[in-house]
Design a protein around this ligand. Structure first.
Ligand code: WT7
Length: 565
């Protein structure tokens, strides 16, 4: 029997209070996420259960019980406090998927900090934009990544503490301090900092069409949504071995790679290694993974490597598969059934929603290619882009949600205007286009803006264009998504060169590497098209949408309507 049982019944009788009751949420009292994910299980006598099975890229393995988690998160919390980090101050996590990432995430929350995880492949520009905006006070990192922080340090007066978690034999510099959880004296008790459900918890940066990346601010009360969606959609049960492939630098890796599974008291797997089909199958076979939450690009890569490779492994432990981040094409769902005997269940949500909002559920038929139905407790609709009134069934419009679910973001950091613009006519507007069919299933159509979704990661064209014009050869540029078989979209840049620069392979390579280093490998253009000049509106704005339409072979239509974009 699945946790959700009957979707229809759950929908009828839903009340977030029920999830709160299950969690033992007090009327008044402490609502600290870290306590619910860790200490609560220890107090219930379940501290000996394995919380984390971690494997590094060389195959080394570490295991941690909930009791270990309690001690290590205490140690990080105590260390932050010792350094003078105050509750409410931002603590950035900037490292690979090593155990310390998980300990410092919960340790930071435990002492009342606002945790700001950043993808470790980010380059200096990506880092500085986000650390400057958040006025981040402390950063936790490793030898491998600290050099990037050093190079931007003079521009970050707020960043007072750099915790290097593997500093053994390493010469530390200004503002750096070593912290090794294995060597630090154990911290037996660390009372979780008292917070309310409205106290800020996690700050995740996400990209928009215009302007810099926006920090979506979440609160401790998000736990309620993350707990119950994990339970009902991912169907995590007591004896499950769960694997979420996402990096906590992105919201999937925190909502469903930390908070969701551990608030459910589940054992989870972490593989700190890049993608590899055989490697992934070996990993799941070895640890007898049962529930697997991944992304369409990964599934398409696995599909490319064929069913035979799957059959060389014993993956009979798998019982439930789910996916998020980009459209999951029908072929991938059909293939997964053939390859694993199970269908991937697509789920749709965003950094801003904090939890899954449209999902396919155990027990409800999957329509391959559809995102499924609203989570019980989420009121969703598809609305007209102009008047924000619900459209007729079958008509394409904007996905909209009624505000009020516990894990909804509470602000864009320092950006009230953009936050307010996301709410129209009593709805939160997600910024994606979709339609609803006669059975109430949602079908994704596309984004309603110019943000590029490459392999499930959003990249803002503005951020790329701002970096491009810093290259000595670039006069002006536009970044758009172009179709890609595996990643759905990849970045393509249109570049007009400054006089004296040649549009050749060397220039192209030099620009590509420049972006990879400054921003990240995700943001690096896979193709650069040199053009004499870029198409513009009469007011001088670059017609990015026109370039994009050309890449997708779409009708460009009447360009005068693009004048206001
Ligand atoms: C955007 C949100 C929340 C998890 C990771 C991404 C796209 C997400 C789906 C899906 C089609 C999807 C949307 C959305 N997206 N899930 N199942 N089908 N598109 O979080 O970085 O905030 O990105 O990803 O465009 O708005 P994010």
């Amino acid at each position: 029997m699945s946790n959700i049982g009957s979707y229809e019944e759950r929908r009828k009788s839903f009340d977030w209070k029920e999830a709160e009751r299950e969690l033992g949420y007090p009327e008044n009292g402490n609502h600290n996420i870290a306590w619910y994910c860790v200490d609560r299980h220890c107090e219930k006598g379940r501290g000996g259960k394995t919380a984390l099975i971690w494997e590094g890229h060389a195959g080394e393995e570490k295991r941690f019980t909930f009791d270990d988690l309690r001690l290590h998160t205490n140690a990080f919390a105590a260390r932050f406090r010792e350094l003078g980090v105050e509750p409410g101050e931002r603590i950035c996590l900037f490292m690979d998927k090593i155990p310390e990432l998980y300990f410092s995430f919960l340790g930071g929350l435990k002492m009342g900090g606002i945790v700001q995880p950043l993808f470790s492949a980010f380059g200096e520009d990506s880092l500085i934009t986000r650390l400057e905006d958040a006025e981040t006070r402390a950063i936790v990192t490793t030898k491998k990544h600290v050099r990037k922080v050093r190079r931007i340090l003079d521009r970050l007066p707020h960043l007072q503490h750099i915790l290097v978690v593997d500093a053994d034999g390493f010469a530390l510099k200004d503002r750096e301090t070593a912290f090794d959880y294995e060597k630090a004296p154990p911290v037996e008790t660390f009372p979780a900092h008292a917070v309310t459900p409205e106290s800020p918890s996690v700050l995740h940066y996400t990209s928009g069409t215009t302007g810099k990346p926006k920090g979506a601010l979440h609160v401790h009360g998000s736990l309620v949504s993350q707990y119950i969606t994990t339970k009902w959609v991912l169907d995590l049960q007591d004896d499950d071995i769960y694997w979420c492939t996402a990096d906590p630098g992105w919201v999937t890796g925190t909502s469903y790679g930390i908070i969701g599974p551990w608030s459910n008291g589940c054992t989870q797997l972490v593989l700190d290694s890049g993608f590899g089909s055989a490697r992934w199958y070996e990993f799941m076979q070895k640890h007898r993974a049962t529930v697997w939450y991944s992304a369409p690009t990964a599934i398409r890569l696995l599909m490319r490597d064929g069913t035979e490779l799957v059959q060389k492994h014993d993956l009979s432990s798998l019982r439930h598969l789910a996916s998020v981040g980009e459209p999951l094409n029908a072929e991938a769902v059909v293939w997964s059934k053939e390859a694993f005997g199970k269908e991937f269940h697509d789920t749709y949500w965003q950094t801003e929603t904090g939890c899954m909002v449209l999902c396919n559920y155990p027990g409800l038929p999957v329509k391959p290619g559809s995102m499924g139905k609203p989570f019980p407790g989420i009121e969703a609709g598809v609305v007209d882009p102009k008047n924000h009134e619900p459209v007729k069934q079958g008509t394409v419009g904007l996905i909209a949600l009624r505000p009020g679910w516990p894990s909804m973001f509470r602000a864009y950091w320092n950006n009230e205007k953009t936050y307010n613009e996301k709410f129209q006519n009593g709805w939160y507007i997600c910024g994606d286009r979709a339609s609803i069919d006669e059975d109430g299933y949602y079908w994704f159509v596309g984004r309603d803006d110019d943000v590029i979704n490459t392999g499930g990661h959003l990249v803002g064209p503005f951020e790329i264009e701002s970096a491009l014009i810093e290259h000595e050869a670039v006069a002006e540029s536009a970044a758009v998504g172009k179709p890609d078989k595996v990643n759905m979209e990849v970045v393509k840049a249109f570049v007009a060169l400054k006089p004296g620069f040649e549009p050749n392979d060397d220039t192209e390579l030099s620009i590509m590497n420049f972006i990879r280093k400054k921003l990240s490998p995700l943001a690096m253009p896979q193709e650069i098209e040199f053009v004499p000049s870029l198409p513009k509106t009469r007011s001088g704005k670059i017609l990015r949408r026109m370039l994009r339409a050309k890449e997708w072979g779409e009708e460009i239509g009447d360009t005068s309507t693009l004048e206001d974009d």
